[in-house]
Design a protein around this ligand. Sequence first.
Ligand SMILES: [Zn+2]
Length: 220
Amino acid sequence: MKIGIAGSPRQILASVVEHAITERTDEIDIAQHDGADIEMLREKAYLEDRHLTPKAFCDYFDCYTTIPCQPEVQALVDAFGLTGLRWKLADGFIEDNRSFSDLKVIFLRPYAELHSWFHELGHIVFGRIEGSLLKRLVSVAISSYRTVVNPPGFPEGKYLVLSGNRNGLPFGGLCGLDHHGEDGVDNELWASLFAMKNYGVELESAVQSVIQQIVDSLCI
Ligand SMILES: [Zn+2]
């Protein structure tokens, strides 16, 4: 049976893009869709062959409120020479902090803490980190922090217990080591540590020093 989405082009776009985000793919099963919907998506340059285009995602993101970047975060954005980033409020179908690196779009929940902003910025620059520096960060982090298995309240798996002090108080969290989601382990570990450091958390000095080297290497 074909899926005919009764609605305006914007509703049809929302439906296919939201499905693609859920399935973590830009490919759509053309045979499953109404021919007129596919034609509309092609005419508006939302679909090439069977792939949704960046324009499809970006136009869909227009329905989310744009928010101004926090000044502390903007300072790093400028230091990294990043342009064209769009910060959006995660309030709707996308309801969690999330970044789409290729599209330079970052979503943050209402009242997200500053470290979440740094975390998502970390994902945006991840692809620019030099391979050997990244390897060093992962190995120094794994040897600096302890690992826990199946902690209560978390999905089963192995986690690294990231911790440090911020203004004299402990600050940290668990970073999954064996969940290979979209982000990947290295990406998640980097984003978490980068966020903690910029949030003012004093990390293990070996970890702190590799993060600083990476940050320096990313500055223009
Ligand atoms: Zn993340």
